[in-house]
Design a protein around this ligand. Structure first.
Ligand code: IYR
Length: 224
């Protein structure tokens, strides 16, 4: 390796092999209980929980460690109302003809439509933006690298952290979602990637059967 400033790896914890297997299987079991939910309770969730989960998401690896992401946690009733109106407007167009027949057919087993009451009911909506430039200091000059990959990894961390905290989520992608830049007061150079609706499930919340069909390991992995 070329010379660079570094410190010894200090906080890594190695597990004995049997414990490692137990832990990895326990994590799988835990993640198996994560289900996308579309019916949310309006019970409040402490902002500190959202903060800790976003802080965990911000620990993800990223291109050149530039951390090309911004998370806007929307908790104000007023902002959520505007968000719902703007998202539903886009979604109405999507469901009324913008989306192809094939796309709408693919969504049919999920039962989704343009009606998004959870955007107002859920206590938190997190908008995730990717930054094309900015560098590690976000000074606006340096190019960022692997932005979609980095943002995707951070979103995975965020979902795992919120699930770990006992919350439910919905990954929501109104199309287009450029209105989020204005709503969240983010610069035009940032690209909104996703909305994460976060909260407690509503009483009697359901999960579409289609969503329970997960591909088995031998279909998603090969060991060579
Ligand atoms: N954005 C729309 C449509 C939608 C698209 C996909 I791909 C999904 O997996 C689910 C929904 C909506 O949120 O309803």
């Amino acid at each position: 390796m070329k010379e660079h400033d570094s410190v010894p790896l200090m906080d890594h914890i190695e597990l004995p092999p049997e414990r490692m297997l137990d832990e990895s299987r326990a994590f799988f079991e835990r993640m198996k209980r994560r289900h996308t939910v579309r019916e949310f309770s309006d019970r409040p969730v402490d902002a500190a929980v959202i903060e800790a989960a976003i802080a965990a998401a911000g620990l993800g690896p990223s291109g050149a460690n530039h951390q090309p992401w911004h998370f806007c946690a929307i908790g104000s009733a007023e902002k959520k109302k505007i968000l719902r109106e703007l998202a539903e407007k886009e979604e109405r167009e999507f469901y009324a003809g913008k989306a192809s027949e094939a796309w709408l057919d693919a969504l049919a087993p999920l039962g989704t439509d343009a009606h998004k009451p959870y955007l107002e009911h859920a206590p938190w909506i997190i908008a995730i933006f990717g930054q094309r430039k900015g560098g590690i200091d976000e000074d606006g000059e340096q190019q960022n690298y692997y932005v979609p990959e980095s943002v995707g990894i951070a979103m995975g961390f965020l979902i795992a952290a919120l699930h770990h905290a006992g919350l439910c989520m919905l990954t929501h992608t109104p199309k287009p979602m450029t209105f989020l830049n204005d709503l969240c007061a983010r610069p035009k150079s940032e690209k909104p990637y996703l909305l994460l609706v976060v909260g407690y499930p509503a009483e009697g919340a359901t999960v579409p059967l289609h969503a329970l069909k997960k591909k088995p390991l031998d279909q998603i992995a090969s060991f060579i």
